[in-house]
Design a protein around this ligand. Structure first.
Ligand SMILES: Cc1ncc(COP(=O)(O)O)c(C=O)c1O
Length: 448
């Protein structure tokens, strides 16, 4: 066996990848060229093994501590029926933020009592849908919403568990579009207002106070902001105890742990995040003489981001001499809106040229949408490529399929699960009829 050919170098030296003696690259033992032929491109691939491993890392990290813990996966990162199956098999709960996400979970048979319903502007229809389906916990984002939930619960003769989403006033070192815990944020109830707010909760017969929640942001690579958030949240628990004699059964500290998109990103390990939370919560609770609450975490990105990759075909190459060389791919901002939304950075590799020793060139990977900003990666070093070559973009599992669109009336790609040589669809590729499924022509436009 040729050992040189069996070791993967950058950028393929990542979890899930392997190479055979013929130089063919596989993801979870499924050959990439074969998958591209079978499912077409663009195509999202997800490693079942990485998803399950991450979920277990979270659960096991808390199993050693005396803290009661619930893992509440954030469905906004990636939610399809197959994902719900994996979650329930692994014993995880689910954070949803719309009626559509509730519907997805229930359609997959996900237990309703393990669903936590978020959202800063839940519609009455969504709340009714959640209550009718006995969704376990509603995350309350405002006073108006609390009154609405109480009213609807009363009419349906229900008692509803609620957790209050607090804005703890903590800044994080992440992109401003994915910061959520700073004072000027559209999310959550201002922390200073909560002690007064509690009076209202206590007076409501159809509401059960289950705890407090905060989520300070996403793609967090420096954990220090969690320490401050925990101090503020436990301090709030103390105020609630002193003012109203009420214990806080659950403390939900949201999600946010970062993923590795490029070599520069060095996200802390799941275990380090868990350790910090366990130690800080214990310390703060002890200091304030409070009972240990149950801890909930809502990771999304750190579970699925690195489990996903996207395959594209290079359909065109445009060179502007002395300025730039573009590789034009068959996807773009429709399947990955993160670069155009917040200048997210990625790494990518050419599938066929894994052992090519020609000098690398600096190219720009551009999408096919009618927007100049539809550039997936600028100034990427790649071996020389030709038309029809396959390109892999890494770390595309979180906030990609879930944020995809039909801009330019492009059909969404297939989503495929791979595991130990097995591959199967999780979502079929859309076709043209899917694009016009909901189009209706007003009757007066139809010529008689
Ligand atoms: C309330 C809440 N919880 C959890 C998450 C998941 O965050 P992440 O995917 O960064 O772990 C989000 C995402 O922004 C969120 O808004």
């Amino acid at each position: 066996m040729n050992s040189k050919k069996n070791s993967l170098s950058f950028p393929f030296n990542r979890e899930g990848f392997s190479i055979n003696t013929l130089g063919q690259i596989s993801f979870e033992q499924c050959e990439l060229n074969y998958l591209a032929k079978k499912y077409g491109t663009p195509c999202y691939l997800f490693s079942e093994n990485i998803i399950r491993k991450r979920i277990r890392q979270f659960i096991q990290s808390f199993a050693q501590s005396e803290i009661d813990f619930e893992l509440v996966y954030a469905g906004k990162a990636f939610l399809v029926k197959a994902m719900c199956q994996i979650l329930s098999q692994e014993g995880a709960s689910l954070d949803v933020s719309s009626g559509g996400e509730i519907y997805t979970a229930l359609s997959a048979g996900f237990p309703s009592e393990k669903i936590f319903f978020h959202g800063n502007n839940k519609s009455p229809k969504e709340i009714e849908f959640a209550l009718k389906n006995r969704i376990g916990t509603l995350m309350v984002d405002s006073e108006n919403e609390l009154s609405l939930i109480n009213e609807m619960a009363k009419n349906m003769n229900l008692k509803v568990k609620v957790i209050l989403r607090i804005n703890p006033g903590v800044d994080t070192h992440t992109h401003q579009y994915i910061q959520t815990g700073q004072v000027d944020s559209k999310f959550g109830i201002n922390i200073d207002y909560v002690p007064t707010f509690m009076k209202k909760i206590i007076s409501m017969e159809n509401i059960i106070f289950q705890g407090l929640h905060c989520h300070i942001g996403s793609q967090i690579l420096n954990l220090s902001s969690y320490t401050l958030a925990i101090q503020r949240m436990v301090n709030l628990m103390k105020q609630i105890k002193d003012l109203w004699g009420l214990d806080t059964p659950c403390l939900d500290l949201g999600g946010g742990l970062g993923a590795r998109y490029t070599r520069e990103d060095q996200p802390p390990a799941i275990e380090s995040w868990a350790d910090l939370i366990i130690n800080d919560v214990k310390k703060e609770v002890k200091k304030n003489n409070l009972p240990l609450p149950k801890i909930l975490l809502e990771p999304g990105r750190s579970i699925v981001a690195e489990a996903g990759i996207t395959l594209y075909t290079i359909g065109n190459i445009k060179e502007i001499p002395g300025i730039r060389k573009y590789f034009l791919i068959d996807g773009g901002m429709i399947d990955n809106p993160r670069p155009i939304l917040y200048e997210a950075k990625y790494e990518a590799g050419l599938v066929k040229n894994i052992d090519d020793k020609s000098p690398e060139e600096v190219v720009t990977i551009a999408g096919k949408c009618c927007e100049s900003g539809d550039i997936l990666i600028r100034d990427l070093k790649l071996p020389p490529a030709s038309l029809g070559d396959l390109l892999v973009v890494f770390t595309t599992g979180a906030y990609h399929y879930s944020m995809s669109s039909n801009y330019n009336r492009l059909p969404r790609p297939a989503v495929v699960l791979v595991n130990q040589g097995k591959d199967a669809l999780m979502v079929k590729r859309e076709d043209y009829p899917d694009i016009i499924r909901n189009d209706v022509i007003p009757e007066w436009l139809i010529k008689k």
